[in-house]
Design a protein around this ligand. Structure first.
Ligand code: ATP
Ligand code: MG
Length: 215
């Protein structure tokens, strides 16, 4: 990454777009502290988190949904959720809230997570992240390989949650339509640098983004 400056505000959805191998996941991993910061600074809610360990960043109410498989495949749905939460009370409250969006989770708590379908696993990941009540939510290409109706559902969930809770959401995406539907602001990453950025409501955004993702 070079000269990447991003500010993500509470209550907004910021989408980071870019083609394969442009550095999107690298950026999220760096924010979470999984990759070293070679220069520059990171600020979270006014405090400097540069060089902090991932577990300490997570404790600051940051939830991260990685691109690669992140569920414990051999544990049940319920145990996957329980591991992310403080106690059973938090689990119960979380299920009440998130179960409204993803009712299948309530019915499958005892099912092994690895036996959920790909789409169900993605929804479980988002549900788990939301149940931790993050103030910053980082999501890496959640729409990859999902059917349109599930993508619509995720868009609805993220928009509703953004409205309800004061949360900042940073989405990494290649799905332009989804990005346009949910995001407030966007940036396009190309070989580790930001080549385009702006308001999603700006005129001509769709063409500009699509061009960056196809050319
Ligand atoms: N630890 C590493 N060692 C060497 N190269 C790496 C490492 N991590 C990432 N890269 C390279 O950096 C580039 C950016 O990777 P990154 O995973 O950030 O891409 P991305 O924008 O998320 O792409 P995609 O959309 O395919 O997920 C890739 O070419 C990748 O191979
Ligand atoms: Mg990636």
């Amino acid at each position: 990454m070079r000269d990447v400056t991003l500010d993500i505000r509470l209550g907004e959805i910021f989408v980071l777009l870019g083609k394969n191998g442009m550095g999107k996941s690298t950026l999220l991993k760096t924010v979470m502290g999984f990759l070293p910061l070679l220069g520059g600074r990171m600020n979270l809610f006014g405090s400097d988190i540069s060089g902090m360990q991932p577990y300490r960043i997570a404790r600051k109410a940051v939830a991260y949904t990685p691109q690669e498989q992140a569920l414990f495949q051999d544990l049940t749905v319920g145990d996957n959720l329980r591991l992310a939460l403080r106690d059973d009370r938090a689990l119960k409250l979380g299920l009440e809230r998130v179960g409204v969006f993803f009712p299948f989770i309530l019915e499958r708590l005892k099912q092994r997570a690895g036996t959920l379908s790909g789409g169900e696993q993605k929804m479980l990941l988002v549900a788990r992240a939301l149940m931790t009540r993050p103030r910053l939510l980082l999501v890496d290409e959640i729409t990859e390989g999902l059917q349109p109706s599930v993508i619509e559902k995720l868009a609805g969930v993220l928009k509703a949650e953004r409205k309800q809770s004061e949360m900042a959401i940073l989405l990494v995406e290649q799905h332009v339509k989804f990005a346009l539907e949910v995001a407030d602001r966007y940036a396009v990453l190309k070989l580790g640098e930001i080549v385009d950025r702006g308001d999603i409501e700006d005129p001509g955004v769709e063409n500009s983004i699509s061009e960056h993702l196809t050319v």
